[in-house]
Design a protein around this ligand. Structure first.
Ligand SMILES: Nc1ncnc2c1ncn2[C@@H]1O[C@H](COP(=O)(O)OP(=O)(O)OP(=O)(O)O)[C@@H](O)[C@H]1O
Ligand SMILES: [Mg+2]
Length: 482
């Protein structure tokens, strides 16, 4: 066997305790030759002081020692330094004791008589295991930080405390979590983060939007059905709870769950057992539940559309995500974040938001919360022709009073009232035109001929209009010279 010598072994401290002088010296000399830093003692008591002062990466302890025994020393070491890997040395007659030392946290044991090679191997294994443990721990922290960056941004005190709760709840692997908050505040993101941070992250995460499933199909979706259990059940089908086994199910808009299904769902939740529609067999499932709602759940209980017992069952670990208007600090942070995201995505470059735009963003009430802010910034990054993003491009110009955000959807829907504060029609039509031009080009990957066909105009007209709006366009090879 080849013993490798790594430079960092010089930094590896190993404690060795054995009352037999010759064995102790033998081990010490051998390990020192291999480059480790050794502290050797014949009595455990003599090592106690040093234990308080120095960090040992590994320890080799004889089980039978005069005075304080090896097992007691193992416990002392683990209490001051849980990461120290302890290897017990024991005579054949003490195997029972050695096994019990493993239960108390020892990494391994070596039977006497032993070869020095065995000692080396055991130490190398122990150190490698610690290294991997440290690596996993740091990856977990990294991942949590990445998650926070990718998912939930927020620096306001309220959002920080929400993010901290999400991290704690996620890591703990909580079985039932309820997330409340207005539309667009990030409930879906939070649910995902809870799953990703927890021990089930590699298992399924299944999302059900309770309002999107017709009432008569709800139970079959959730619990599955047997063939022929109702008209249309042409084959057996597993339900989402079964498919999410060992993972997490995200019940979005949970107040929309049909009241008749709520009883059955509560039962499944309590017993962790389901039965397919039309089936007899009980199927065990182990599923974490994250439920979300943008309605006041206790009001839904008072209104009689949500069962009180299910409400209490879901409300064990509640998280409330505050609306964006109540965390001003995050408005600029999030707009900056999405500004960077979309500049990169659309390969555009601006100097930032102009002061008036920032002011308007802070004043505006963002009824659609982060989703609305994100969409506004995306549109502005696509449409803006100035160097700084202007308030008008964000949809926060003079025509938009702080609380009325005019979206094309609202204006074009037949039943919406004409905006009180009026509208800059020409500017608005121009912004729509620019938006369509950009969208078409993105869709065609920059191919102007294709885009002009989709827009029902000649390529020359398309070019003329792009030039007029000073829109940045990167022509593709096949487009050039045609
Ligand atoms: N804290 C945040 N940081 C960054 N992006 C966020 C944050 N919260 C939400 N978003 C983004 O805002 C959008 C809306 O978030 P999400 O869909 O999670 O909201 P929701 O509360 O589930 O809304 P709804 O009630 O309408 O389903 C998503 O695109 C999401 O990426
Ligand atoms: Mg959602």
């Amino acid at each position: 066997m080849k013993l490798s010598f790594h430079a960092n072994q010089r930094l590896t401290n190993i404690l060795v305790i054995d009352d037999e002088k010759l064995i102790l010296w033998g081990i010490q000399r051998d390990l020192e030759r291999a480059g480790y830093r050794i502290s050797a003692f014949q009595k455990a008591e003599d090592a106690l002081q040093l234990l308080e002062k120095q960090q040992f990466h590994a320890a080799l302890l004889d089980v039978r020692l005069p005075g304080m025994g090896g097992i007691e020393m193992l416990e002392r070491i683990k209490s001051v330094s849980p990461d120290t890997q302890v290897i017990m040395i024991t005579a054949f007659a003490d195997v029972e004791m050695a096994v019990s030392s493993i239960r108390r946290g020892a990494f391994d044991f070596i039977l006497k008589p032993f070869s020095l090679e065995k000692i080396h191997l055991a130490i190398q294994n122990a150190l490698e295991t610690s290294r991997l443990k440290r690596e996993v721990a740091s990856l977990k922290i990294d991942r949590a930080m990445r998650l926070q960056q990718r998912f939930l941004q927020g620096e306001s005190p309220r959002m920080r405390s929400v993010i901290e709760s999400i991290e704690r709840i996620g890591r703990a692997g909580a079985g039932v979590v309820l997330i409340c908050g207005e539309s667009g505040t990030g409930k879906g993101l939070a649910a995902n983060a809870i799953h990703q941070l927890g021990p089930r992250s590699t298992n399924p995460f299944i999302e059900i939007n309770c309002s999107a499933i017709p009432e008569n199909l709800f139970e079959s979706e959730l619990f599955g059905h047997e063939m022929g259990s109702f008209t249309g059940a042409v084959s057996q089908k597993k339900g989402l709870l079964e498919l999410a086994d060992n993972g997490t199910i995200f019940l979005d808009e949970v107040t929309e769950m049909p009241i008749t299904s709520q009883t059955k769902f509560l039962k499944a939740l309590e017993e962790q057992v389901i039965r397919r529609v039309g089936g007899q067999r009980s199927i065990k499932v182990d599923v974490n539940i994250v439920a979300a709602t943008n309605r006041d759940l206790s009001q839904a209980v008072r209104d009689g559309i949500f069962r009180e017992d299910l409400f209490y069952r879901l409300n064990v670990v509640p998280i409330f995500i505050p609306p964006l208007r109540e965390r001003e600090h995050d408005i600029l942070l999030l707009s900056e974040h999405y500004f960077n995201v979309y500049q990169a995505k659309y390969k555009r470059s601006f100097s930032g938001f102009c002061e008036e735009a920032k002011q308007r963003m802070l004043e505006y009430s963002w009824p659609g919360n982060i989703r609305e802010l994100k969409n506004s910034v995306e549109r502005a990054v696509i449409l803006e022709t100035a160097d700084f993003i202007q308030e008008i491009t964000l949809g926060l110009g003079p025509t938009a009073s702080p609380n009325v955000y005019i979206q094309p959807k609202i204006i074009f829907s037949d039943d919406s009232p004409f905006p009180e504060s009026g509208i800059d029609l020409l500017g608005y039509l121009e912004s729509i035109e620019k938006r369509f031009l950009q969208k078409a080009l993105q869709h065609c990957d920059g191919n102007q001929s294709h885009a002009s066909k989709l827009l029902g105009m000649s390529r020359d007209i398309l070019r003329y209009r792009l030039k007029k709006y000073n829109l940045f366009v990167q022509e593709r090879d096949q487009d050039l010279g045609k």
